[in-house]
Design a protein around this ligand. Sequence first.
Ligand code: GLY
Length: 560
Amino acid sequence: MRIYILLLFSLFFFINCKTKAPEIGVISEKAMVVSARKEASKIGVAILQKGGNAFDAMVATELALAVAYPYAGNLGGGGFMVYRKKSGEIGALDYREKAPLASTHNMYLDSIGNVIEGKSILGAMAVGVPGTVAGVFEAHKKFGSLAIEDIIQPVIDLAKKGVIVTEKQEKRIKKHQPNFLKVNKNPILFDKAWKKGDTIKYNALAETLIKIQQNGHDEFYKGETAKKLVQFIQQNGGIITEEDLANYKAKWRTPITFKYDDLKIISMAPPSSGGICLAQIMKAIEPYEIDIYGHNSVKTIQTITEAERRAYADRSHFLGDPDFIKIPIKKLISEEYATERMSNFSFEIPTSSTAISHGTVNFSESTETTHYSIVDQFGNAVSVTTTLNAAYGSKLYASELGFFLNNEMDDFSSKPGVPNMFGLIGAEANKIEPEKRMLSSMTPTIVEKDNKLFMVVGTPGGSTIITSVLQTILNVHEYKMGMQEAVNQPRFHHQWLPDDIKMEPNGFSKGVRAKLKQIGYILDETNSTVIGKVDAILVLPNGKLEGGADHRGDDKAIGF
Ligand code: GLY
């Protein structure tokens, strides 16, 4: 009898282990890369093993994601990097796309001032001037240690060898094929009915990477690739010129930094809203004892929801490209402002979003964009979020060059009061102007504790990026979870408008949901199957690293 019970117990345990994501992530001694695909993490780690540093691995991982994860990894998009060197020096690199010189504030409106549906979303008119190649070359120029040719080589090899299609990728390609057909004049690589287990070879992309390897940054912005790219965009009705590409520069920014208890948070500055919004939310909840209220308890959800409501209400009113507008950063992330904003919060009744002034952000369901975290064997850390905006960007694929082009222009406000594809309603601060960078939610973040590196974290997910990064940090800091456990937890999201709490389905108990509803909150568990896809690294008390790779995707932590 005892043996049967034991067998039954083992079977139960086995089934549970098979269906549940592990609670402890990959542990490594010295270095780690966590990204959306194992092929990219592997290449990043191989560069570290060759003696390269986190910045060399950043170049390799970024380019490898363009091959292995064309859904969001890119040459035709842009991104942000936040870094912390072993010395404690911090900084941020902005390689966000820009509006073309020929762009105008009303370029997506018809003659009577209505938004032309889809014009900023699909096809060549949606494309912003890409920044990714400039970003990797700038990071390498300042901090790289290995020869760039050697860093690019394994990415070229991967493109030629090909990448195996996963089940999730098969579904994604299938889902977006109607738009590939709609946007592209000629058949593209992704029109085929790719199945799980097939290998896709990226020969055209390999050729482009070889040219970049041989001729450097200028190949993409002034060389043959630039000319071909401009010709292709213009043939498809776009307005990007050779001058736009030649003018593009990645920019070093001062990251947003702030304290939360004994943590120092280092996050992305404008043109991303990520750092400021994260700071506003964390400063607002800091006085509340959410550790005592409990993880994902009613009171904790209320406190975070009300802080999010207020921060998102400010977001698009105040934020945009800092080279074009003045942003009151100091005030927005101050303790006094947080206290003032939370002064009308009560546990008895939800604050109505209509009672909160400023801000115009609606929900984004996007799981596009991608994030990777790196810690090297020297103690340097980089946190990078990169994107084409939507899944496969504008869906316009330059077959000769082998990559998709972004639709980042949709992150501008096409018309104040009218939502973009993510439901974001535009404000003046984020209106389209030539050479301006569009507002982002990307939140690559690094956390210090006791002046030492503690965590590297980030995620895709549109406007849910900020709240997913927030909850991951809180899960570790307030609820003492490990990295993988923190990443696994169900997440919720509120962003002022619509006035509801998005919750991952099946992630919250019946009791918690019933109580929130009873207090007066509206819950949405239908629209939000995935909130974020966090890839993060935690420095454990013994100095080892724990990777948290999100089971919501094909993400993978690899270390040594
Ligand atoms: N395109 C998504 C973001 O930048 O937030």
